[in-house]
Design a protein around this ligand. Structure first.
Ligand SMILES: Cc1cc2nc3c(=O)[nH]c(=O)nc-3n(C[C@H](O)[C@H](O)[C@H](O)COP(=O)(O)OP(=O)(O)OC[C@H]3O[C@@H](n4cnc5c(N)ncnc54)[C@H](O)[C@@H]3O)c2cc1C
Length: 622
């Protein structure tokens, strides 16, 4: 059976990859272990969060599915860090995990150009270091020039609950046992990571009156730029906040000797920023309590997810520690928490297009690349799908720079630095975060999505209009001056603004702390015809003008460095003045540009200078 693109895995990466490929007209096959589980949320029934919300908005702006699916299935919406600057705010939605999965599964099954095969991919077939197909456990041979692996936590997956161990990709699901051997035999470097999840509690057995209620935002904002804001009115459910206490901690500590994490039973490295409760108690012994977020898993709210209580302790310990929490004294555990170890591909094996360097046509996306999180997975899946299609069309790969998108930061970090622990996105990873806001993801990326054929005309036109109004509005603010005349001072007072003592441009007034949308409308007639979204952008950009300009200067320097290409076969060891350690790193990561070299940890400015001079000389000699 012949396809253009085969995607292995129906998780968050695989869905985006398969949909993109099919939407761009390629005959696509999605091979996945259980068709029923396409779009399953293995862990937290929530999408977005700090920096992760940025990724979802970017996926959406490029034409991906995750944001739309979240808007259709969300049961609580919150903007995190609301009181902080716009660059670090993050949208988060609690979703109905059943509805989300069913929505995604049906979407995939109903898509043109997209077939689904419920099988386990076992072996990659290659010819002359180029993929040609896949063999599954049923010995079916599927052929394609492009294969995208999005296998999540399934490669040699091994679950731990106390002393109990079981081979599985997720609880209750077959693992993929043979595929990693096939990848190793192709020369790819694999490692082992670990992640974990918390117990789920029967809602009937929780006393919510003992917990703090955490409602959703009064005016929920949809994730997708394509969801109609006006008619968006989801039914929201509350979450609750509970706390661990000294008793919980002593129960956990008393069972450290049975914790797979400490007994040596688990060998893979876990997520540093999302540790299990036993890890938290061990590392932060001085803390007398930890937050627990008690979150509904579905609209029916029959089971609650205890965010903050990820664990692989034995079942009896899990029950005791849950019972020690106020409000959960009589709690019944429906599903026990567990840890899972799995194989991943060292992402330095990949190019920025997410294609493996050793095997042409083979792409990897999602948790298989050492990341953790649905959003990180979706972003990579989308990019791998786009790049597989572009390559089939003999077109240049689509690579986002670090100044263009969090997606660019994510992929650049992975392929240039690699990761030894599950990688999750943070706003602090982005150097140009003032430019990479959630609210302007459409301005940054929708033109690309349109050009690629993933965004429709109407959506694109809306973004072009927003961009025009933003430009027009900012120019007006910068070119219009107010003098401290009596009339002007009175006008400012009438809109609730302090007086001015010198001639000042309107941008400086809009940049004031309390200046808001209502005031902008009154400031000049021009703004009254602008869309709400454009006005919001105008205010943000006016307020952060100086910082934004500074970041733009830094980007110019970066672009200059990016234009300095490093020849692919360069022999770094022949460059005098570079230390052995630096030569080793350059040889390992083979950075395509001087900028990419600067991003490798341990590469000093002095080494960059030497490299730059050498490249110039090398180019002159040619
Ligand atoms: C126990 C657990 C706890 C987690 N905890 C967290 C957390 O705290 N925070 C967080 O952000 N993320 C967490 N995650 C991770 C989150 O689930 C993943 O990051 C995300 O789902 C990755 O998406 P993906 O598409 O890469 O893979 P997945 O969503 O795992 O999907 C993989 C897909 O590939 C299919 N597949 C695998 N191998 C094969 C094969 N050989 N042939 C055919 N199909 C195959 C599977 O059937 C599945 O459909 C956790 C995951 C698990 C399992």
């Amino acid at each position: 059976m012949k396809y253009d693109v085969i995607v292995v895995g129906g998780g968050h990466a695989g869905i985006e990859a398969a949909l993109v490929s099919a939407r761009l007209g390629k005959k696509t096959l999605l091979i996945t272990i259980l068709a029923e589980q396409i779009g399953a949320t293995s862990c937290n029934p929530a999408i977005g969060g700090l920096a992760k919300g940025h990724l979802v908005k970017e996926v959406d702006a490029l034409g991906g599915q995750m944001g739309l699916a979240t808007d259709i299935t969300g049961i609580q919406y919150r903007i995190l860090n609301q009181s902080k600057g716009p660059a670090v705010r993050g949208s988060r939605a609690q979703i109905d995990m059943d509805k989300y999965r069913i929505y995604m599964r049906n979407l995939v099954l109903n898509s043109d150009n997209l077939d689904v095969a419920q099988e386990i991919a076992e072996e990659i077939i290659t010819k002359d270091a180029q993929v040609t197909g896949i063999i599954t456990h049923l010995k079916n041979h599927y052929h394609a020039k492009k294969i995208i692996l999005t296998t999540g936590t399934f490669l040699k997956g091994l679950i731990h609950i106390g002393e109990h161990k079981q081979e599985a990709g997720r609880v209750g699901e077959f693992p993929a046992v043979h595929l990693s051997d096939s990848l190793r035999s192709l020369g790819l470097e694999l490692g082992r990571l670990k992640t974990g999840t918390c117990p789920r509690i029967d809602a009937k057995s929780i006393d919510f009156s003992k917990m703090e209620i955490q409602p959703g935002d009064d005016n929920p904002i949809p994730f997708s730029f394509r969801t109609d804001k006006e008619s968006f009115n989801p039914h929201q459910l509350p979450c609750y906040i509970a706390y661990t206490n000294e008793n919980t901690h002593s129960i956990i500590e008393g069972n450290f000797h049975r914790a797979p994490l400490f007994t040596g039973q688990i060998e893979g490295i876990g997520p540093r920023y999302c540790p299990s409760i036993e890890d938290k108690i061990n590392r932060f012994r001085d803390k007398d309590r930890h937050h627990l977020f008690v979150e509904p898993q579905t609209a029916e709210a029959t089971e609650y997810y205890i965010n903050g209580l990820s664990t692989s302790l034995p079942p009896d310990t899990q029950l005791s520690m849950v019972h020690s929490v106020s409000g959960m004294e009589n709690a019944k555990i429906v599903r026990y928490g567990y840890a899972i170890e799995y194989d991943y591909v060292n992402p330095t094996e990949l190019t920025h297009a997410l294609e493996t360097k050793k095997v042409k046509g083979l792409y990897c996306a999602g948790q298989i690349n050492g990341t953790t999180g649905y959003e990180e997975a979706a972003a990579q899946g989308l990019m791998a799908g786009i790049n597989a299609v572009l390559s089939l069309n003999d077109e240049e790969p689509f690579i986002l720079r670090r100044d263009e998108a969090y997606i660019g930061v994510l992929i650049d970090d992975l392929v240039t630095k690699g990761t030894k622990e599950p990688y999750r996105m943070f706003t602090s990873r982005a150097e140009y975060r003032l430019l990479l806001r959630e609210d302007n993801a459409d301005l940054r990326l929708t033109p690309y999505g349109y050009k690629l054929g993933l965004i429709d005309e109407k959506t694109h036109e809306k973004v072009v209009l927003k961009q025009d109004q933003l430009k027009q509005g900012l120019a007006y603010l910068e070119e219009t001056f107010l003098t401290p005349s009596k009339e002007n001072v009175e006008f400012l007072a009438s809109i609730g603004e302090d007086k001015i003592t010198d001639k000042i441009c309107l941008q400086k007034i809009v940049a004031r702390k309390d200046f808001d949308l209502e005031k902008l409308d009154k400031l000049a007639d021009i703004f009254q015809s602008f869309s709400q979204e454009a006005k919001e952008q105008i205010i943000v950009e006016a307020k952060y003008k100086n910082y934004i300009e500074k970041q733009k200067d830094q980007i110019d320097t970066m672009k200059e460095m990016m234009s300095v290409k490093i020849p692919p076969m360069m022999d770094f060891s022949s460059i005098s003045g570079l230390s052995n350690e630096i030569v080793e790193k350059l040889q390992k990561f083979t950075p395509p540009t001087l900028f990419a070299a600067s991003e490798i940890s341990g590469i000093t400015p002095a080494a960059l200078d030497i490299l730059h001079i050498y490249i110039k000389m090398h180019n002159r000699r040619k």
